[in-house]
Design a protein around this ligand. Structure first.
Ligand code: KO2
Ligand code: CA
Length: 302
């Protein structure tokens, strides 16, 4: 199974929503459960993990509740070290020339999945379009890892520090509205979106390269995250994690594609479009390692 999930904010208290909650206030019980005395009171106006951390001096990573501008309450994972919120995920199915935009998930407001299950199914929360951020943090977490294990189990973790989102509309929803992940709307190495240098938290440039197949290693420069690229056949992909493509077989390193991948007659599809071209998890030819193939990609805003 190929998984691809995006996350944007996380924290460590298990909040409980009780019947007695008054509009505008979220109580978080000390021991969980609705009988617990509320020890924290969260105004619904908390729009980001950073706001929760700064206002309430909470520094534990884990699941927290945030609200959107219009008051939609949602749960997310907050990385309180960076005050980043787990955000959203890809959701790409199939391959069809009749659906050049695929599921359109990168530039719409459709949400799916749950924060807790982000390593076992696709996930996208309202923070994806609601939060205004400067940078992203990316975690590659093995499939089915528990929330508490995410940070330590990650096989690759890095973040950006250039505030690139500020000039792209403030989040990925706006970035991908400017750079649509749509088949046939651009060409390889000509219409590439932002390629942003990264700072490693787990791993390095060499270990990034080793996660991908031997052939694509010669077609990328590690140490970047690249947004919206096209391959030889004009198929569009949302994110190349840890690398900047220099060649045009981007389907072996980039994820979250538009709806059509012409090469291979249906052999290329889904979020990890062609990570298995020379065998699933084979790390041979164009194929990526089993490690990265069987990990969720979590995107955080910070
Ligand atoms: C190969 O040998 C092959 O792979 C190509 C793919 C890789 O993304 O486009 C072509 O399918 C080609 O026909 C051939 O199968 O070429 C640089 C050559 C690699 O794996
Ligand atoms: Ca190819």
């Amino acid at each position: 199974m190929l998984h691809w999930a995006i996350l944007m904010m996380s924290m460590l208290l298990e909040p409980c929503l009780c019947d007695s909650i008054k509009l505008g206030t979220l109580y978080i019980g000390q021991d969980g459960g609705c009988d617990a005395k509320p020890v924290y009171k969260f105004p619904y106006t908390a729009r980001s993990c950073k706001e929760i951390r700064d206002k309430y001096a909470i520094h534990d990573d884990g699941l927290y509740y945030l609200t959107t501008e219009s008051g939609v309450l949602y749960q997310t994972f907050c990385d309180m070290t960076t005050a980043g919120a787990l955000d959203a995920g890809g959701h790409q199915q199939g391959d069809s020339p009749d659906r050049p935009e695929g599921d359109g998930t990168w530039s719409n407001r459709v949400i799916f999945g749950s924060a807790e299950a982000a390593t076992s199914d696709d996930y996208k929360n309202p923070g994806y379009y609601d939060i205004t951020a400067q940078d992203v943090s990316v975690w590659h977490v093995p499939n089915n890892a528990q929330t508490e294990e995410w940070a330590n189990f990650s096989i690759l973790r890095y973040h950006t520090e250039t505030s690139f989102l500020t000039s792209e509309g403030g989040n990925l929803y706006h970035l991908f509205t400017r750079y649509p992940v749509t088949y046939g709307t651009g060409a390889c190495n000509i219409n590439t979106g932002p390629a942003v240098p990264i700072v490693y938290d787990v791993g390095n440039e060499e270990s990034t390269l080793q996660l991908y197949g031997p052939n694509p290693r010669g077609e990328v420069t590690p140490g970047f995250i690249t947004f919206r690229v096209f391959n030889y056949e004009k198929a569009a992909m949302a994110i190349c994690s840890g690398v900047k493509p220099t060649g045009c077989n981007t389907e072996h390193v980039c994820v979250g594609g538009g709806g059509h991948f012409p090469e291979g007659g249906g052999r290329q599809c889904g979020d990890f479009t062609s990570f298995d071209w020379n065998g699933y998890g084979a790390n041979n030819g164009w194929s990526a390692t089993r490690e990265i193939t069987e990990s969720a990609i979590m995107l955080f805003y910070r």
